[in-house]
Design a protein around this ligand. Structure first.
Ligand SMILES: Cc1cc2nc3c(=O)[nH]c(=O)nc-3n(C[C@H](O)[C@H](O)[C@H](O)COP(=O)(O)OP(=O)(O)OC[C@H]3O[C@@H](n4cnc5c(N)ncnc54)[C@H](O)[C@@H]3O)c2cc1C
Length: 516
């Protein structure tokens, strides 16, 4: 028994662990190596209203505009008003963000921000933040880390979450109890075949919460990043939006800029618009599209984006001179475990923060560089709530609650991880429709029936089967949410309902498993 369990060692989990350290014993779980998280891969930076021409009100207005009518405005206010304090704390702890020659913080520009607002450490901001937070956590004697500890289930006792079951590094199944459990498990990009996310981002926290009876919300809203590297055989490495913010252009095979054909904001339109613009361009004209920086100063480009330049160089591409082939990939999950502004979920004892949570700050589409800030602010706030006696989040008035229907009786069909990811990319990716989603849901339900039988079979309690079950659970939730929402908004695009419909759909939909 410990006092607090934090599942996840990214920005949200680490900031929470720091906030809990003087209140008892804390255990932080990570699924693989400590450094492997979405946080570690974040490039562009962290948005914060600290610049001379900026204010929390302006940051809130940009966030709400990007969220396409679905942001929880109270949660947005918390994010933008608390942001400067928590980012200031990171700087005090030693975070080295870029500065101008006079030593003032340098703010980068990204799409849909009305001012320069993004603090960055070259193009490896997440790595720098992770370095600072891990250094701080390692110095805290009350915090222990279990790396390669794969959490598979939450322990629920009398309706209260008070522990986790997990596989340790040697594959041994174990249980650990605590006063409060925080899910800070990050995103779910790996549910899709094409993704910028690392292998750990399989949406486990959503599956864990759902299986423990907690509400999950807004899972139809997945952000597809327009510019992942599309080089045959190479991983879908992210080519940050900061490049377009600094003047990079999207061009077709003939070198013609095409984004203004799709939106007046051109290359700096919202991510979902650029992603669909690219997909349509590829479909209409065949062949890849490219990002070009050849018109910018080459030495400046290589100095400003050293990580991306090195990745391109490893494939024989010169970022500053060559056209870089790019295409869309699943990037960020706006929905997740439904929480209040303190990270409380609908289950007492269970909290969620960071990408796994749905605070409502992103609405239907996330403003670039707001997610590191969300993890930082709400990780700290969840720690405050976890120190208090457990109580569930009060239901929010703008949530429509759905109890999952029992799946239609289906025979169990085993689906491989690759088959699940391929199905999701084709049927629940950039362009969705009723027929494709219904077929995907039927296949996913058949797969989940088989995966459930496998983990319940006494002889088959292996971590691989749990991984598949979690992936199928999250994939099914995303596909069902996407089929339910018969409109297009933010990251969710229905080819058969292409228009935003505020009369019926200006609402968050939360789903919960039937009580067992
Ligand atoms: C390539 C890339 C670039 C990005 N760039 C930016 C950017 O510039 N600015 C920005 O704001 N956002 C960016 N994002 C998004 C941002 O990085 C993430 O949303 C954010 O870092 C999530 O932090 P987190 O703490 O919620 O989760 P993560 O950092 O993903 O951490 C999740 C942790 O949970 C652990 N975990 C997961 N499942 C389990 C389990 N079952 N058992 C035990 N442990 C588990 C993992 O091991 C990991 O330690 C980017 C994302 C990617 C992928």
């Amino acid at each position: 028994m410990v006092d607090f369990i934090v599942v996840g060692g990214g920005i949200a989990g680490l900031r929470a662990a720091i906030g809990l350290a003087d209140a008892g014993r804390v255990v932080v779980f990570t699924k693989t190596e400590a450094s492997e998280s979405n946080t570690g891969y974040a490039q562009g930076g962290i948005a914060v209203a600290l610049g001379d021409h900026d204010s929390p009100a302006l940051h809130a207005a940009d966030t709400i505009k990007a969220g396409d009518g679905l942001c929880d405005e109270a949660a947005v206010r918390v994010l933008v008003e608390a942001g400067p304090r928590y980012v200031g704390e990171l700087i005090d702890w030693g975070a080295r963000f870029a500065r101008d020659p006079a030593g003032r913080l340098e703010f980068g520009r990204e799409a849909a921000h009305s001012v320069r607002r993004v603090l960055h450490a070259a193009d490896a901001t997440g790595r720098e933040i992770g370095r600072v937070l891990w250094a701080r956590v390692s110095a805290l004697s009350s915090v222990e880390t279990i790396n390669h500890g794969f959490v598979t289930e939450l322990v629920v006792d009398g309706g209260v979450v008070d522990g986790v079951r997990y596989f340790d590094a040697s594959g041994e199944a174990r249980e650990l109890r605590a006063r409060a459990v925080l899910l800070a498990t990050g995103g779910a990009g790996q549910v899709f075949r094409e993704t910028t996310n690392p292998g750990v981002a399989t949406g486990d926290g959503v599956a864990l919460a759902y299986q423990a009876g907690a509400r999950v919300a807004d899972l139809e809203f997945v952000q597809f990043h327009p510019t992942a590297l599309a080089f045959p055989g190479a991983p879908r490495f992210l080519i940050s939006e900061a490049l377009r913010g600094e003047g990079a252009r999207l061009v077709d095979r003939a070198g013609r800029p095409f984004m203004t054909d799709h939106d007046p904001a051109g290359d700096l339109a919202a991510r979902d618009i650029v992603a669909r613009g690219i997909a349509r361009e590829v479909e209409a004209h065949g062949g890849p599209v490219y990002l070009t920086l050849a018109h910018l100063d080459a030495a400046w480009v290589r100095g400003r984006f050293p990580t991306i330049a090195a990745m391109c160089a490893s494939l024989g591409l010169d970022l500053a001179r060559d056209p870089i082939p790019v295409g869309p990939a699943a990037h960020y999950m706006m929905g997740g475990v439904d929480t209040d502004e303190w990270g409380r979920t609908s289950r007492p004892g269970l909290y969620a923060a960071g990408e796994v949570a749905c605070t409502g700050v992103h609405g239907a589409n996330r403003l670039a560089s707001n997610s590191l800030l969300e993890g930082l602010v709400f990780g700290a706030r969840a720690a405050t709530a976890m120190r208090q006696p457990p109580r569930p989040a009060a239901p929010k008035p703008d949530r429509r609650l759905i109890e999952s229907e029992a799946p239609a009786p289906v025979s169990a069909v085993s689906l491989s991880v690759d088959e699940i990811r391929d199905l999701m990319w084709r049927s629940a990716g950039l362009f969705r429709d009723e027929a494709g989603l219904s077929a995907a849901i039927a296949a996913l339900e058949a797969g989940r029936t088989a995966a459930l039988a496998a983990v319940e079979g006494l002889a088959c309690r292996s971590s691989a089967q749990w991984r598949r079950l979690h992936l199928l659970t999250v994939a099914g939730l995303v596909a069902r949410a996407a089929r339910r929402r018969r409109e297009s908004r933010g990251g969710h695009y229905r080819a058969d309902y292409p228009v935003r419909d505020d009369r019926l759909w200006r609402v968050h939909v939360a789903e919960q498993a039937p009580a067992r």
